[in-house]
Ligand binder design. Structure first.
Ligand SMILES: N[C@@H](CCC(=O)N[C@@H](CS)C(=O)NCC(=O)O)C(=O)O
Length: 284
């Protein structure tokens, strides 16, 4: 089988009936993800083609190779002192899991509220993501974009893929909101007379969600089969509770977080975030 690469959007493959020669990373300078994807497309084609001698054109919105530089934004000086709580961590982790290199543009709190950054992120926040003429904001949308274009974060099976995406939404729209509500109350409202009175109710809302999540996870390693973008987001969200004591009643969730943190890609992302903070601290 001959593979001819026309444009980034188009994979041409010749005599489909012939045995596929393996694509070699060193010969062609393909990344592992690209090779995975090419092999999958080939297998799919070989299985589905009714006329194996006719050349076939795969039209796909999945670029076969990433030639454009990915640039994300992150805090110039992170309030968490580089401990992985800032949401660029999710994006870094997703990029590391999928083997994508990236550049980081560091932004100060002042620069985040200026027009150049607002044009990228309407709410003046990090992270953002740029790749060629694509500019994205919202960490969940960015992680989904990465997961859809590179293998490693979403299953191939269509139903399993949809379920993994459902877990991404669950992390960000069901589990994260009460956790953030607690943080906002703690950091911005703890001087108010009603803070202590309200706190138990806020924490109870978190406990309710943790109990439900803990029940569903049971003794599984990940939320739905293999590790996915859903787990990536869920782990980063649950990490926000570190030190709160709220996870103490859910040892399976603590173990789940630890499993996520033990992944080499997580470590690389965390180290990269910490390196930014350490460099900024050394600079004064
Ligand atoms: N929903 C957004 C939230 C982004 C967000 O809250 N970013 C924080 C850092 S983790 C930020 O930029 N805070 C500064 C600010 O809001 O001024 C996302 O997931 O990307």
């Amino acid at each position: 089988m001959v593979l001819i690469f026309g444009s980034p959007q188009e994979l041409l493959c010749g005599k489909a009936g012939e045995a596929a020669a393996p694509v070699k990373q060193e010969d062609q300078c393909y990344s592992c993800c690209e090779i995975d994807w090419i092999q999958r497309e080939r297998n799919h084609h070989s299985a589905a083609c009714r006329n194996p001698m006719s050349p076939v054109v795969f039209k796909t919105d999945k670029p076969w190779r990433t030639t454009m530089t990915i640039t994300i934004t992150a805090f110039e000086r992170s309030p968490d002192r580089g401990k992985g709580m800032a949401r660029d961590m999710r994006v870094r982790w997703a990029l590391e899991e999928t083997g994508q290199s990236y550049d980081v543009r560091l932004v100060s709190f002042k620069a985040m509220k200026e027009p150049a950054h607002i044009a990228r992120q309407p709410f003046g926040q990090i992270p953002t993501y740029e790749e060629g003429d694509l500019a994205l904001f919202e960490s969940g949308a960015i992680v989904l974009h990465i997961a859809e274009r590179h293998s490693g974060l979403l299953p191939d099976d269509a139903n399993a893929r949809s379920r993994a995406i459902a877990w991404m939404f669950a992390a960000l729209s069901t589990i994260e909101p009460p956790i953030v509500e607690r943080e906002v109350a703690r950091y911005l409202e703890s001087d108010k007379a009603w803070y202590e009175e309200r706190r138990p109710a806020v924490e109870e809302r978190i406990r309710k969600r943790l109990g439900e999540l803990s029940f569903r996870l049971g003794d599984a390693d990940w939320l739905d089969g293999a590790f996915s973008a859903g787990d990536l987001l869920m782990v980063t969200v649950l990490r926000r509770l570190e030190g709160s004591g709220l996870l103490n009643d859910y040892p399976n969730l603590s173990a789940y977080i630890a499993r996520g943190q033990a992944r080499p890609a997580y470590r690389r992302a965390l180290d990269a975030q910490l390196a930014v903070f350490s460099a900024a601290s050394t600079d004064g």
